[in-house]
Design a protein around this ligand. Structure first.
Ligand code: PHB
Length: 366
C-alpha cells in the first residue's frame, strides 16, 4: 500500500494527485518585460508529478519587484506567458498556483518605476539585506536594498488592488489558484513584525493592526476569485531579509492563522527557514498554528521522504513542500515513493541563465 503522501488529496475542491508540493523558488529566467518563457513552461511541466506546484514568486506590480528577471503577472504579455505555463502543467496532469509577491522594502531604486524608493511599512532600512539589481557599475548583481518610503493610505490601497488584479490575471491565464506571499521578510511579513512595523495608523501597533494589510488583501482577493483558490504562505520566526526577532511573533501568527481559518482559504503554507541556516520555528508552534487555522496545512523546510511521511502520519501537516530537491529531481514524488536516489542540485545555476541546471536534470532510470 502506498503512503498517503502519494495518494490523491482534495484541496478545497481541487483534486491533487498526491500531497507532495513543489515549493516556490526564484529562478530568474523570465524574458524581457518579465515575461514567462517556453523554457519555464517546460521546467514546470517536467515537475507536474507534484500534487501541487507553487510557482516562484511573481511580482504583482512594478513596485513589487525586488530581483531582475522574475516573471510578473500584470501585463498582457506576462499573462499570455503564464497561460503557456499553465497549459503545459495541466497537459501533464499537474496543478499550478502562482505565488503573488510584493517585496516591499527588499528592493532597489533601479528596479522601481521612475527610480523611486521601494515601499515598506516604515522608512526603516533592511540593514544588511540584498536584492538582485543593476549595481553601480551597471552590471546585474547583489546590491544593498535602497531606503524605503512608508506606504501611505493610497499606497496601501494600491497594494490591495494590485493583488486583486494579479489574481484575476492568474485565473484568466488558466492557473488553478494563487498563493499570497506573506513570508520571508517581504511586504506582508514586514507589516506583521512588531520590530519592523512602527506605524501609528490602523496598520501598525496591535496584533490586529499588523495583520490588517494581509487580511484585507486576502479578503479582496477571495472576493474576486473565491477563498478556495487562495493560499497564504508564512514564515514564523523568520530572519531572512534582515527580519529582526519579534517578541510578539507567536501571538501575531496565531491570530493570523485563526483569521485565515475563519475566511476558509485553501491552505496555510508554513515555511521553516532552518534550511536557510536561520533559527527554526519554535518546537510545537506548527501544531498550534494548525489548530488555530483548522484547514489544510503545507509544511516546508528541510523535509526528506521519511520526515514527510512522519509529518502526515503525526498530523503535523496535510501536505509537504520540497524546494531544492525539486530543482534537481523533476520526478521527485516518484523517487520519494520508490526510495530511488536523488540528484544533487547545483547552486551555481539556481538563479538566471538558461536550460543548464534548470531543465536538464534527468529523471530516474534503472
Ligand atoms: C530569493 O530569491 O532568494 C527568495 C525569494 C523569495 C523567497 C525566499 C527567497 O520567499
Amino acid at each position: 500500500m502506498s503512503h498517503a503522501l502519494f495518494s490523491s488529496y482534495d484541496l478545497a475542491g481541487l483534486s491533487l494527485n498526491n500531497r507532495v508540493v513543489m515549493a516556490p523558488m526564484t529562478r530568474c529566467r523570465a524574458a524581457e518585460g518579465d515575461v514567462p518563457t517556453p523554457l519555464m513552461a517546460e521546467y514546470y511541466a517536467q515537475r507536474a508529478g507534484a500534487g501541487l506546484i507553487v510557482s516562484e514568486g511573481v511580482p504583482v506590480s512594478p513596485t513589487g519587484r525586488g530581483y531582475l528577471w522574475t516573471p510578473g503577472i500584470y501585463t498582457a504579455e506576462q499573462v499570455a506567458g503564464w497561460r503557456t505555463v499553465a497549459d503545459a502543467v495541466h497537459a501533464k496532469g499537474g496543478r499550478l498556483f502562482v505565488q503573488l509577491w510584493h517585496v516591499g522594502r527588499i528592493s532597489h531604486r533601479s528596479l522601481q518605476p521612475g527610480d523611486q524608493s521601494p515601499v515598506g511599512p516604515s522608512d526603516a532600512v533592511a540593514e544588511g539585506a540584498v536584492c538582485f539589481a543593476i549595481d553601480d557599475a551597471g552590471h546585474p548583481g547583489n546590491v544593498a536594498t535602497s531606503p524605503p518610503k512608508a506606504l501611505d493610505q493610497a499606497g496601501i490601497a494600491a497594494v490591495r488592488e494590485a493583488f486583486v488584479a494579479a489574481a484575476r490575471n492568474a485565473l484568466e491565464a488558466g492557473i488553478d489558484g494563487v498563493e499570497i506571499h506573506g513570508a520571508n521578510g517581504y511586504l506582508f511579513d514586514q507589516f506583521l513584525n512588531s520590530a519592523v512595523n512602527d506605524r501609528g495608523d490602523a496598520y501598525g501597533g496591535s496584533v490586529e493592526n499588523r495583520c490588517r494589510l494581509l487580511l484585507e488583501t486576502v479578503d479582496a482577493v477571495s472576493k474576486a476569485i473565491g477563498a478556495a483558490r487562495v493560499g497564504v504562505r508564512i514564515s514564523p520566526n523568520g530572519r531572512f531579509n534582515a527580519m529582526p526577532e519579534d517578541p510578539e511573533m507567536e501571538a501575531t501568527f496565531l491570530h493570523l492563522a485563526a483569521e485565515l481559518g475563519r475566511r476558509g482559504v485553501a491552505y496555510l503554507h508554513i515555511n521553516d527557514q532552518l534550511t536557510f541556516g536561520l533559527p527554526p520555528i519554535p518546537e510545537g508552534l506548527i501544531a498550534k498554528l494548525r489548530a488555530a487555522f483548522g484547514g489544510a496545512v503545507i509544511v516546508c523546510g528541510g523535509y526528506d521522504g521519511e520526515r514527510a511521511r512522519a509529518a502526515i502520519d503525526g498530523g503535523l501537516a496535510d501536505l509537504v513542500a520540497f524546494g531544492v530537491p525539486f530543482i534537481a529531481n523533476p520526478d521527485l514524488p516518484a523517487r520519494l515513493e520508490n526510495g530511488w536516489p536523488l540528484n544533487e542540485a547545483n547552486r551555481d545555476t539556481f538563479y538566471g541563465g538558461g536550460a543548464a541546471g534548470y531543465t536538464d536534470y534527468p529523471v530516474y532510470t534503472e
